[in-house]
Ligand binder design. Structure first.
Ligand code: ADP
Ligand code: MG
Length: 476
Protein backbone atom coordinates (compact mmCIF):
# COMPACT_ATOMS: atom_id res chain seq x y z
CA UNK A 1 0.00 0.00 0.00
CA UNK A 2 1.37 3.39 -0.90
CA UNK A 3 1.77 6.22 1.54
CA UNK A 4 -0.89 8.24 -0.18
CA UNK A 5 -3.34 5.34 0.11
CA UNK A 6 -2.49 5.09 3.75
CA UNK A 7 -3.19 8.81 4.20
CA UNK A 8 -6.45 8.64 2.40
CA UNK A 9 -7.48 5.61 4.46
CA UNK A 10 -6.74 7.58 7.61
CA UNK A 11 -8.96 10.38 6.34
CA UNK A 12 -11.75 7.95 5.41
CA UNK A 13 -11.67 6.59 8.95
CA UNK A 14 -11.82 10.12 10.29
CA UNK A 15 -14.91 10.81 8.21
CA UNK A 16 -16.50 7.60 9.34
CA UNK A 17 -15.81 8.36 12.96
CA UNK A 18 -17.36 11.78 12.79
CA UNK A 19 -20.29 10.47 10.82
CA UNK A 20 -21.25 7.67 13.24
CA UNK A 21 -19.88 9.05 16.51
CA UNK A 22 -17.11 7.78 18.77
CA UNK A 23 -19.13 5.06 20.46
CA UNK A 24 -20.37 3.40 17.33
CA UNK A 25 -17.02 3.83 15.69
CA UNK A 26 -15.10 2.08 18.41
CA UNK A 27 -17.69 -0.68 18.69
CA UNK A 28 -17.73 -1.52 15.01
CA UNK A 29 -14.91 0.03 13.04
CA UNK A 30 -11.89 0.14 15.33
CA UNK A 31 -10.68 -3.20 14.01
CA UNK A 32 -11.51 -2.64 10.37
CA UNK A 33 -8.42 -2.60 8.16
CA UNK A 34 -7.73 -1.55 4.61
CA UNK A 35 -6.36 -4.51 2.68
CA UNK A 36 -6.05 -3.18 -0.85
CA UNK A 37 -7.31 -0.62 -3.34
CA UNK A 38 -7.75 -1.64 -6.96
CA UNK A 39 -9.11 0.96 -9.32
CA UNK A 40 -12.72 1.27 -8.36
CA UNK A 41 -12.89 -1.39 -5.69
CA UNK A 42 -11.62 -1.33 -2.15
CA UNK A 43 -11.04 -4.35 0.01
CA UNK A 44 -11.51 -4.03 3.75
CA UNK A 45 -11.24 -6.64 6.46
CA UNK A 46 -12.56 -7.22 9.95
CA UNK A 47 -11.67 -9.99 12.42
CA UNK A 48 -15.06 -11.70 12.81
CA UNK A 49 -17.98 -12.71 10.66
CA UNK A 50 -20.21 -11.03 13.15
CA UNK A 51 -18.61 -7.65 12.58
CA UNK A 52 -18.71 -8.19 8.85
CA UNK A 53 -22.42 -8.92 8.93
CA UNK A 54 -23.28 -5.94 11.04
CA UNK A 55 -21.25 -3.52 9.06
CA UNK A 56 -22.76 -4.81 5.83
CA UNK A 57 -26.25 -4.71 7.17
CA UNK A 58 -26.14 -1.32 8.75
CA UNK A 59 -23.25 0.72 7.52
CA UNK A 60 -22.39 -0.39 3.98
CA UNK A 61 -23.54 2.79 2.32
CA UNK A 62 -22.04 4.98 4.96
CA UNK A 63 -18.63 3.35 4.48
CA UNK A 64 -18.89 3.71 0.71
CA UNK A 65 -19.78 7.36 0.88
CA UNK A 66 -16.88 8.09 3.23
CA UNK A 67 -14.60 6.49 0.67
CA UNK A 68 -16.11 8.39 -2.20
CA UNK A 69 -15.55 11.65 -0.41
CA UNK A 70 -11.82 10.91 -0.48
CA UNK A 71 -11.60 8.74 -3.60
CA UNK A 72 -14.43 9.52 -6.00
CA UNK A 73 -13.38 6.67 -8.29
CA UNK A 74 -14.37 4.01 -5.74
CA UNK A 75 -17.64 2.25 -6.47
CA UNK A 76 -17.36 -1.00 -4.65
CA UNK A 77 -16.43 -2.15 -1.17
CA UNK A 78 -15.54 -5.75 -0.49
CA UNK A 79 -15.69 -6.53 3.18
CA UNK A 80 -13.88 -9.69 4.16
CA UNK A 81 -13.06 -11.62 7.27
CA UNK A 82 -9.41 -11.91 8.14
CA UNK A 83 -8.47 -15.57 8.28
CA UNK A 84 -8.90 -17.32 11.58
CA UNK A 85 -5.36 -18.66 11.42
CA UNK A 86 -4.03 -15.17 11.28
CA UNK A 87 -6.30 -14.02 14.03
CA UNK A 88 -5.04 -16.83 16.20
CA UNK A 89 -1.34 -16.29 15.77
CA UNK A 90 -1.40 -12.54 15.82
CA UNK A 91 -2.11 -10.65 18.95
CA UNK A 92 -5.10 -8.38 18.68
CA UNK A 93 -4.23 -4.93 17.57
CA UNK A 94 -5.29 -2.09 19.76
CA UNK A 95 -7.91 0.19 18.23
CA UNK A 96 -6.18 2.52 15.80
CA UNK A 97 -5.83 6.10 16.73
CA UNK A 98 -6.88 8.23 13.84
CA UNK A 99 -3.52 9.75 13.22
CA UNK A 100 -1.50 6.65 13.90
CA UNK A 101 0.72 5.68 11.00
CA UNK A 102 1.35 2.04 10.62
CA UNK A 103 4.11 0.49 8.61
CA UNK A 104 3.01 -1.10 5.41
CA UNK A 105 1.98 -4.68 5.63
CA UNK A 106 3.62 -7.55 3.88
CA UNK A 107 1.39 -8.72 1.09
CA UNK A 108 1.10 -12.25 2.38
CA UNK A 109 -1.40 -11.06 4.95
CA UNK A 110 -4.11 -10.41 2.45
CA UNK A 111 -7.57 -11.18 3.64
CA UNK A 112 -9.45 -14.28 2.70
CA UNK A 113 -12.80 -13.77 1.13
CA UNK A 114 -15.45 -15.08 3.49
CA UNK A 115 -17.39 -17.78 1.77
CA UNK A 116 -21.11 -17.51 2.19
CA UNK A 117 -22.83 -20.02 -0.01
CA UNK A 118 -26.55 -19.50 -0.44
CA UNK A 119 -27.17 -22.87 1.16
CA UNK A 120 -25.66 -21.99 4.53
CA UNK A 121 -27.47 -24.11 7.11
CA UNK A 122 -29.82 -21.87 9.01
CA UNK A 123 -30.58 -24.06 11.95
CA UNK A 124 -27.97 -22.98 14.48
CA UNK A 125 -28.70 -19.32 14.24
CA UNK A 126 -32.36 -20.04 13.94
CA UNK A 127 -32.43 -21.94 17.19
CA UNK A 128 -30.59 -19.20 18.96
CA UNK A 129 -33.04 -16.72 17.62
CA UNK A 130 -35.99 -18.79 18.71
CA UNK A 131 -35.70 -17.07 22.05
CA UNK A 132 -36.45 -18.50 25.48
CA UNK A 133 -39.75 -20.25 26.13
CA UNK A 134 -42.69 -18.06 27.04
CA UNK A 135 -45.37 -18.82 29.59
CA UNK A 136 -48.78 -18.22 27.99
CA UNK A 137 -50.19 -17.00 31.29
CA UNK A 138 -47.81 -14.09 31.62
CA UNK A 139 -49.67 -11.44 29.64
CA UNK A 140 -50.83 -7.88 30.20
CA UNK A 141 -54.33 -9.22 30.79
CA UNK A 142 -53.19 -11.09 33.88
CA UNK A 143 -50.78 -8.41 35.11
CA UNK A 144 -52.23 -6.47 38.00
CA UNK A 145 -51.30 -2.81 38.23
CA UNK A 146 -50.68 -1.24 41.61
CA UNK A 147 -48.76 1.60 43.15
CA UNK A 148 -45.40 -0.13 43.02
CA UNK A 149 -45.51 -1.00 39.33
CA UNK A 150 -47.60 1.69 37.62
CA UNK A 151 -44.69 3.33 35.85
CA UNK A 152 -43.02 0.09 34.80
CA UNK A 153 -46.34 -1.18 33.47
CA UNK A 154 -47.05 2.03 31.53
CA UNK A 155 -43.60 2.02 29.98
CA UNK A 156 -43.87 -1.65 29.06
CA UNK A 157 -47.26 -1.07 27.43
CA UNK A 158 -45.91 1.83 25.47
CA UNK A 159 -43.08 -0.33 24.17
CA UNK A 160 -45.42 -3.19 23.31
CA UNK A 161 -47.74 -0.91 21.38
CA UNK A 162 -45.01 0.73 19.31
CA UNK A 163 -45.11 0.23 15.58
CA UNK A 164 -42.29 -0.36 13.19
CA UNK A 165 -40.67 2.94 12.32
CA UNK A 166 -42.12 4.82 15.30
CA UNK A 167 -39.59 6.97 17.10
CA UNK A 168 -38.29 5.05 20.10
CA UNK A 169 -39.06 6.97 23.25
CA UNK A 170 -36.90 5.33 25.84
CA UNK A 171 -34.13 3.02 24.89
CA UNK A 172 -33.31 0.81 26.57
CA UNK A 173 -36.22 0.40 28.93
CA UNK A 174 -34.59 -1.01 32.05
CA UNK A 175 -36.77 -2.49 34.79
CA UNK A 176 -35.35 -3.61 38.09
CA UNK A 177 -36.90 -5.23 41.16
CA UNK A 178 -36.29 -7.97 43.69
CA UNK A 179 -37.23 -11.61 43.20
CA UNK A 180 -40.86 -12.44 42.52
CA UNK A 181 -42.03 -8.88 41.94
CA UNK A 182 -43.16 -9.34 38.36
CA UNK A 183 -40.19 -8.59 36.10
CA UNK A 184 -40.48 -11.75 34.04
CA UNK A 185 -44.24 -11.39 33.88
CA UNK A 186 -43.97 -7.88 32.48
CA UNK A 187 -41.24 -8.75 29.98
CA UNK A 188 -43.14 -11.74 28.68
CA UNK A 189 -46.28 -9.62 28.43
CA UNK A 190 -44.36 -7.19 26.20
CA UNK A 191 -43.24 -10.11 24.06
CA UNK A 192 -46.70 -11.64 23.69
CA UNK A 193 -48.39 -8.35 22.98
CA UNK A 194 -45.73 -7.19 20.55
CA UNK A 195 -45.79 -10.40 18.58
CA UNK A 196 -49.57 -10.64 18.63
CA UNK A 197 -49.84 -7.27 16.92
CA UNK A 198 -48.07 -9.09 14.11
CA UNK A 199 -46.11 -6.25 12.70
CA UNK A 200 -42.96 -6.41 14.72
CA UNK A 201 -40.79 -9.26 15.83
CA UNK A 202 -40.13 -9.29 19.55
CA UNK A 203 -37.48 -11.65 20.85
CA UNK A 204 -37.37 -12.66 24.52
CA UNK A 205 -34.10 -14.06 25.84
CA UNK A 206 -32.86 -14.78 29.30
CA UNK A 207 -29.31 -13.60 29.89
CA UNK A 208 -28.33 -17.26 30.03
CA UNK A 209 -29.83 -17.96 26.66
CA UNK A 210 -28.09 -14.91 25.35
CA UNK A 211 -24.79 -16.23 26.64
CA UNK A 212 -25.04 -19.81 25.48
CA UNK A 213 -27.17 -19.57 22.39
CA UNK A 214 -27.00 -16.14 20.99
CA UNK A 215 -23.32 -15.51 21.38
CA UNK A 216 -22.47 -19.00 20.17
CA UNK A 217 -24.49 -18.36 17.05
CA UNK A 218 -22.87 -15.01 16.52
CA UNK A 219 -19.56 -16.76 16.42
CA UNK A 220 -20.52 -19.53 14.05
CA UNK A 221 -20.00 -19.23 10.35
CA UNK A 222 -23.70 -18.99 9.61
CA UNK A 223 -23.45 -15.27 9.90
CA UNK A 224 -25.44 -14.46 6.80
CA UNK A 225 -28.56 -16.28 7.94
CA UNK A 226 -27.98 -14.95 11.37
CA UNK A 227 -27.65 -11.41 10.19
CA UNK A 228 -30.90 -11.69 8.32
CA UNK A 229 -32.64 -13.08 11.36
CA UNK A 230 -31.23 -10.49 13.70
CA UNK A 231 -32.12 -7.75 11.31
CA UNK A 232 -35.69 -8.94 11.56
CA UNK A 233 -35.86 -8.26 15.29
CA UNK A 234 -37.63 -5.06 16.23
CA UNK A 235 -37.61 -5.46 19.97
CA UNK A 236 -35.01 -7.38 21.96
CA UNK A 237 -36.08 -8.33 25.46
CA UNK A 238 -33.46 -9.60 27.92
CA UNK A 239 -34.39 -10.98 31.31
CA UNK A 240 -32.17 -11.36 34.38
CA UNK A 241 -29.30 -9.33 33.05
CA UNK A 242 -27.46 -9.71 36.36
CA UNK A 243 -26.50 -13.21 35.19
CA UNK A 244 -24.63 -11.97 32.16
CA UNK A 245 -21.04 -12.88 32.77
CA UNK A 246 -17.72 -13.15 31.05
CA UNK A 247 -15.71 -10.59 29.16
CA UNK A 248 -16.41 -11.79 25.65
CA UNK A 249 -20.12 -12.23 26.27
CA UNK A 250 -20.28 -8.74 27.60
CA UNK A 251 -18.41 -7.44 24.60
CA UNK A 252 -20.91 -9.10 22.26
CA UNK A 253 -23.76 -7.84 24.38
CA UNK A 254 -22.31 -4.36 24.12
CA UNK A 255 -22.08 -4.65 20.32
CA UNK A 256 -25.60 -5.92 20.07
CA UNK A 257 -26.95 -3.26 22.37
CA UNK A 258 -25.19 -0.44 20.53
CA UNK A 259 -26.15 -1.74 17.15
CA UNK A 260 -29.81 -2.23 17.97
CA UNK A 261 -30.16 1.10 19.70
CA UNK A 262 -28.35 2.94 16.93
CA UNK A 263 -30.59 1.29 14.39
CA UNK A 264 -33.63 2.54 16.26
CA UNK A 265 -34.67 -0.87 17.56
CA UNK A 266 -36.16 -1.14 21.02
CA UNK A 267 -34.30 -2.93 23.81
CA UNK A 268 -36.02 -3.94 27.05
CA UNK A 269 -34.06 -5.26 30.01
CA UNK A 270 -34.86 -6.60 33.47
CA UNK A 271 -32.47 -7.20 36.33
CA UNK A 272 -32.55 -7.50 40.09
CA UNK A 273 -30.58 -4.28 40.57
CA UNK A 274 -30.06 -0.88 38.92
CA UNK A 275 -27.44 -0.50 36.17
CA UNK A 276 -25.03 1.24 38.53
CA UNK A 277 -24.91 -1.91 40.68
CA UNK A 278 -24.13 -4.33 37.88
CA UNK A 279 -20.59 -4.38 39.11
CA UNK A 280 -19.10 -6.77 36.60
CA UNK A 281 -20.24 -4.79 33.57
CA UNK A 282 -17.92 -2.23 32.10
CA UNK A 283 -18.64 1.46 32.45
CA UNK A 284 -19.63 2.04 28.87
CA UNK A 285 -22.32 -0.63 28.98
CA UNK A 286 -23.56 0.60 32.32
CA UNK A 287 -23.88 4.15 31.13
CA UNK A 288 -25.61 3.01 27.97
CA UNK A 289 -28.07 1.06 30.10
CA UNK A 290 -28.64 4.00 32.39
CA UNK A 291 -29.16 6.27 29.39
CA UNK A 292 -32.66 5.04 28.67
CA UNK A 293 -35.53 4.84 31.11
CA UNK A 294 -34.67 3.06 34.36
CA UNK A 295 -37.71 2.05 36.43
CA UNK A 296 -37.86 0.23 39.69
CA UNK A 297 -40.77 -1.94 40.77
CA UNK A 298 -41.22 -1.87 44.52
CA UNK A 299 -42.52 -4.52 46.90
CA UNK A 300 -46.09 -5.72 46.37
CA UNK A 301 -48.54 -3.82 48.56
CA UNK A 302 -51.43 -5.64 50.18
CA UNK A 303 -53.94 -4.44 47.61
CA UNK A 304 -51.73 -5.58 44.78
CA UNK A 305 -51.25 -8.95 46.45
CA UNK A 306 -55.00 -9.32 46.66
CA UNK A 307 -55.32 -8.40 43.00
CA UNK A 308 -52.71 -10.98 42.02
CA UNK A 309 -54.48 -13.68 44.03
CA UNK A 310 -57.80 -12.85 42.35
CA UNK A 311 -56.19 -12.93 38.94
CA UNK A 312 -54.68 -16.35 39.72
CA UNK A 313 -58.00 -17.74 40.91
CA UNK A 314 -59.70 -16.45 37.77
CA UNK A 315 -57.06 -18.14 35.63
CA UNK A 316 -57.50 -21.43 37.49
CA UNK A 317 -61.27 -21.26 37.07
CA UNK A 318 -60.92 -21.35 33.30
CA UNK A 319 -60.09 -25.04 33.62
CA UNK A 320 -61.62 -25.78 37.00
CA UNK A 321 -64.96 -24.05 37.06
CA UNK A 322 -65.86 -25.38 40.48
CA UNK A 323 -62.79 -23.90 42.15
CA UNK A 324 -63.88 -21.17 44.50
CA UNK A 325 -61.89 -19.27 47.06
CA UNK A 326 -63.88 -17.34 49.69
CA UNK A 327 -63.05 -13.67 50.25
CA UNK A 328 -61.90 -14.39 53.78
CA UNK A 329 -59.28 -16.79 52.47
CA UNK A 330 -58.04 -14.33 49.86
CA UNK A 331 -57.77 -11.70 52.56
CA UNK A 332 -55.89 -14.00 54.83
CA UNK A 333 -53.43 -14.94 52.08
CA UNK A 334 -52.91 -11.34 50.98
CA UNK A 335 -52.17 -10.30 54.53
CA UNK A 336 -49.89 -13.15 55.46
CA UNK A 337 -47.88 -13.88 52.33
CA UNK A 338 -46.06 -10.64 52.07
CA UNK A 339 -43.00 -10.82 49.96
CA UNK A 340 -43.11 -12.68 46.81
CA UNK A 341 -45.41 -13.09 43.83
CA UNK A 342 -44.21 -16.64 43.42
CA UNK A 343 -45.50 -17.58 46.86
CA UNK A 344 -48.89 -16.11 46.01
CA UNK A 345 -48.99 -18.25 42.91
CA UNK A 346 -47.82 -21.26 44.91
CA UNK A 347 -50.54 -20.74 47.50
CA UNK A 348 -53.31 -20.76 44.91
CA UNK A 349 -51.84 -23.84 43.25
CA UNK A 350 -51.86 -25.68 46.54
CA UNK A 351 -55.42 -24.75 47.33
CA UNK A 352 -56.43 -25.89 43.89
CA UNK A 353 -54.60 -29.19 44.18
CA UNK A 354 -55.95 -29.84 47.63
CA UNK A 355 -59.55 -29.06 46.77
CA UNK A 356 -59.36 -31.20 43.61
CA UNK A 357 -57.71 -34.21 45.22
CA UNK A 358 -59.95 -34.25 48.22
CA UNK A 359 -63.03 -32.90 46.50
CA UNK A 360 -63.41 -30.39 49.29
CA UNK A 361 -64.29 -26.71 49.22
CA UNK A 362 -61.58 -24.23 50.19
CA UNK A 363 -61.93 -23.02 53.76
CA UNK A 364 -59.91 -20.71 55.95
CA UNK A 365 -58.80 -23.59 58.08
CA UNK A 366 -57.59 -25.57 55.12
CA UNK A 367 -55.77 -22.51 53.75
CA UNK A 368 -53.98 -21.93 57.05
CA UNK A 369 -52.79 -25.51 57.06
CA UNK A 370 -51.78 -25.66 53.41
CA UNK A 371 -49.76 -22.50 53.15
CA UNK A 372 -48.15 -22.48 56.57
CA UNK A 373 -44.63 -22.81 55.22
CA UNK A 374 -45.10 -19.94 52.76
CA UNK A 375 -45.71 -17.53 55.57
CA UNK A 376 -42.63 -15.83 56.81
CA UNK A 377 -42.00 -16.23 60.48
CA UNK A 378 -42.64 -12.99 62.29
CA UNK A 379 -39.18 -12.81 63.80
CA UNK A 380 -37.38 -9.64 62.74
CA UNK A 381 -35.70 -9.85 59.42
CA UNK A 382 -31.95 -10.22 59.38
CA UNK A 383 -30.58 -7.18 57.67
CA UNK A 384 -27.50 -7.42 55.51
CA UNK A 385 -24.91 -4.73 54.99
CA UNK A 386 -25.43 -4.98 51.23
CA UNK A 387 -29.13 -4.24 51.70
CA UNK A 388 -28.27 -1.19 53.75
CA UNK A 389 -25.88 0.03 51.09
CA UNK A 390 -28.42 -0.58 48.36
CA UNK A 391 -31.27 1.17 50.10
CA UNK A 392 -29.16 4.12 51.19
CA UNK A 393 -27.64 4.50 47.72
CA UNK A 394 -31.10 4.54 46.20
CA UNK A 395 -32.42 7.05 48.70
CA UNK A 396 -29.60 9.49 48.02
CA UNK A 397 -29.29 8.78 44.35
CA UNK A 398 -25.68 7.65 44.43
CA UNK A 399 -24.29 4.25 43.45
CA UNK A 400 -23.24 1.52 45.81
CA UNK A 401 -19.72 1.83 44.50
CA UNK A 402 -19.75 5.52 45.40
CA UNK A 403 -20.43 4.52 48.99
CA UNK A 404 -17.49 2.14 48.96
CA UNK A 405 -15.18 4.50 47.09
CA UNK A 406 -12.74 6.93 48.60
CA UNK A 407 -14.60 9.94 47.17
CA UNK A 408 -15.07 12.67 49.73
CA UNK A 409 -17.56 15.00 48.09
CA UNK A 410 -20.42 16.02 50.34
CA UNK A 411 -23.07 14.20 48.34
CA UNK A 412 -21.31 10.89 49.03
CA UNK A 413 -19.86 11.49 52.48
CA UNK A 414 -23.18 11.97 54.26
CA UNK A 415 -24.95 8.94 52.69
CA UNK A 416 -21.87 6.86 53.48
CA UNK A 417 -21.98 7.93 57.13
CA UNK A 418 -25.70 7.18 57.30
CA UNK A 419 -25.10 3.74 55.84
CA UNK A 420 -22.34 2.99 58.36
CA UNK A 421 -24.54 4.21 61.17
CA UNK A 422 -27.35 1.90 60.04
CA UNK A 423 -24.92 -0.98 59.69
CA UNK A 424 -23.85 -0.47 63.29
CA UNK A 425 -27.37 -0.11 64.68
CA UNK A 426 -29.23 -2.71 62.60
CA UNK A 427 -26.69 -5.52 62.38
CA UNK A 428 -24.44 -7.30 64.84
CA UNK A 429 -21.31 -6.55 62.86
CA UNK A 430 -18.28 -5.12 64.60
CA UNK A 431 -16.78 -1.76 63.70
CA UNK A 432 -13.72 -3.28 61.95
CA UNK A 433 -15.99 -5.62 59.97
CA UNK A 434 -18.18 -2.70 58.90
CA UNK A 435 -15.08 -0.73 57.93
CA UNK A 436 -13.92 -3.63 55.82
CA UNK A 437 -17.28 -3.87 54.06
CA UNK A 438 -17.18 -0.18 53.25
CA UNK A 439 -14.20 -0.28 50.96
CA UNK A 440 -11.61 -1.26 53.55
CA UNK A 441 -11.96 1.67 55.96
CA UNK A 442 -10.50 1.86 59.43
CA UNK A 443 -12.75 1.12 62.42
CA UNK A 444 -12.15 4.63 63.77
CA UNK A 445 -13.70 6.04 60.58
CA UNK A 446 -16.80 3.95 61.20
CA UNK A 447 -16.94 5.05 64.82
CA UNK A 448 -16.64 8.67 63.77
CA UNK A 449 -19.53 8.23 61.30
CA UNK A 450 -21.75 6.56 63.90
CA UNK A 451 -21.15 9.37 66.44
CA UNK A 452 -21.63 12.03 63.81
CA UNK A 453 -25.01 10.69 62.69
CA UNK A 454 -26.15 10.04 66.27
CA UNK A 455 -25.44 13.67 67.08
CA UNK A 456 -27.13 14.98 63.95
CA UNK A 457 -30.23 12.83 64.34
CA UNK A 458 -30.71 14.27 67.82
CA UNK A 459 -31.10 17.81 66.53
CA UNK A 460 -31.95 17.60 62.83
CA UNK A 461 -35.54 16.40 62.39
CA UNK A 462 -35.33 16.09 58.62
CA UNK A 463 -32.36 13.76 58.88
CA UNK A 464 -33.93 11.87 61.71
CA UNK A 465 -37.03 11.23 59.61
CA UNK A 466 -34.87 10.13 56.71
CA UNK A 467 -33.07 7.65 58.91
CA UNK A 468 -36.37 6.33 60.27
CA UNK A 469 -37.72 5.87 56.77
CA UNK A 470 -34.57 3.99 55.77
CA UNK A 471 -34.96 1.73 58.80
CA UNK A 472 -38.57 1.01 57.86
CA UNK A 473 -37.60 0.17 54.30
CA UNK A 474 -34.96 -2.22 55.57
CA UNK A 475 -37.19 -3.91 58.11
CA UNK A 476 -40.13 -4.29 55.79
P1 ADP B 1 -39.52 -11.88 38.86
O1 ADP B 1 -39.21 -12.17 37.45
O2 ADP B 1 -39.46 -10.41 39.18
O3 ADP B 1 -38.74 -12.69 39.83
P2 ADP B 1 -42.08 -12.98 38.18
O4 ADP B 1 -42.46 -12.12 37.04
O5 ADP B 1 -41.60 -14.36 37.88
O6 ADP B 1 -41.05 -12.25 39.13
O7 ADP B 1 -43.33 -13.04 39.17
C1 ADP B 1 -43.49 -14.05 40.14
C2 ADP B 1 -44.93 -14.47 40.19
O8 ADP B 1 -45.73 -13.39 40.65
C3 ADP B 1 -45.49 -14.85 38.84
O9 ADP B 1 -46.40 -15.88 39.01
C4 ADP B 1 -46.20 -13.59 38.38
O10 ADP B 1 -47.23 -13.89 37.50
C5 ADP B 1 -46.71 -13.04 39.69
N1 ADP B 1 -46.79 -11.58 39.67
C6 ADP B 1 -45.86 -10.68 40.08
N2 ADP B 1 -46.30 -9.43 39.90
C7 ADP B 1 -47.53 -9.53 39.36
C8 ADP B 1 -48.52 -8.58 38.95
N3 ADP B 1 -48.30 -7.26 39.06
N4 ADP B 1 -49.68 -9.05 38.44
C9 ADP B 1 -49.90 -10.37 38.34
N5 ADP B 1 -49.02 -11.31 38.70
C10 ADP B 1 -47.84 -10.90 39.21
MG1 MG C 1 -37.76 -13.40 36.63
Amino acid sequence: MTNSEQDRWTRVKGRLRSSVGDDVYSSWFARMDLESVQQESVRLSVPTTFLKSWIQAHYAERVLSCFQAEMPEVHRIDLTVRSAARALVQPKEPPQLLDARRPERPDGRAAVEARMPAATPVSTSHDALGGSPLDPRLTFASFVVGRSNTLAHAAARQVAEGRRGDPVMFNPLYIHAGVGLGKTHLLQAVTWAGNAAGERKVLYLTAEKFMYGFVAALKTQTALAFKEALRGIDVLVIDDLQFLQGKSTQAEFCHTLNALIDAGRQVVIAADRPPSDLESLDDRVRSRLAGGLVVEMGTLGEELRLGILRSRVAAARVHHASFEVPEAVLDYLARSITHNGRDLEGAINRLLAHSKLNAQPVTLEMAEREVRDLIRPQEPKRIKIEDIQRVVARQYNVSRSDLLSSRRTANVVRPRQVAMYLAKTLTLRSLPEIGRRFGGRDHTTVLHAVRKIEALVAKDTALSEEVESLKRQLQE
